[in-house]
Design a protein around this ligand. Structure first.
Ligand SMILES: [Zn+2]
Length: 238
């Protein structure tokens, strides 16, 4: 299956928190989108890997993506090296995405920045034909996505561009809410975390409002790019 966009997150819920609106918008534009989680988020204070996987499946259904896969890398302890790069290269060559969305270049959670570099490097190396993947069922062709964009998650990073997601904000919040073990739940007996408070949803919306304000819309998601962004015409800007 060839897809248009592969959204990669190191933890299940990174993608929903940071670029679910963009995913929903492009699915509405008839683009094929898949999600790849590098880990199952097993080090998260609340929930378990099994619970988070179940929640991730529910969120994927809400978004309407073509597939969601999890690579089972070690949460917290994966590294940007050949072993982990090859695992991602195999998926990039399998699905041949034109665009890859991945974690913020630096963030509050150290896994995010490391994952950003790991995915960027894997996207580049995936285009080198002399690199062979080890576990793929058959020999894979080299494939390099046209662009890698990093979504902005926790820390404020000035975006290189923003995407209007006003129409999709409610659905995005619905997808985030699928991760019941992670976010506000008055019945939960689990320890409080930086993201489990009632105000966290407001924060997600407020951040989208800040990005939206810069282009005169209510809600937007912000991204940075690995390379200079080109547009076909000045009128393609909003
Ligand atoms: Zn995360």
């Amino acid at each position: 299956m060839k897809i248009d966009i592969l959204a990669i997150g190191v933890h299940p819920d990174d993608v929903e928190l940071s670029c679910a609106g963009t995913i929903l918008k492009h699915i509405a534009l008839k683009k094929k989108v898949g999600i790849l989680d590098l880990t199952r988020g097993e080090l998260g204070t609340r929930g378990t890997a099994e619970i988070r996987t179940k929640e991730a499946k529910k969120a994927a259904k809400i978004l309407g993506v073509s597939f969601r896969e999890q690579l089972n890398m070690a949460d917290g302890f994966f590294r940007n090296n050949e072993k982990f790069q090859l695992e991602i290269i195999e998926k990039i060559r399998q699905y041949q995405p034109e665009i890859v969305l991945c974690n913020a270049v630096s963030d509050r959670h150290p896994d995010h920045g490391r994952s950003a570099k790991l995915v960027s490097d894997a996207c580049f190396y995936s285009g080198l034909m002399k690199i062979e993947t080890l576990h793929a069922k058959k020999k894979q062709q080299a494939w390099r996505p046209k662009a890698v964009y990093h979504y902005i998650q926790d820390n404020f990073i000035h975006p290189d561009f923003v995407i209007d997601i006003t129409k999709y904000m409610d659905k995005k919040m619905e997808a985030i809410s699928a991760f019941e073990s992670q976010f506000y739940n008055p019945n939960s007996k689990e320890p409080k975390t930086a993201i489990s408070g009632e105000d966290f949803f407001e924060l997600v919306k407020a951040k989208s409002m800040i990005f939206g304000r810069s282009i005169g819309v209510r809600y937007a998601e912000g991204f940075t790019a690995d390379r200079t962004i080109g547009v076909n015409s000045l009128f393609h800007l909003v």
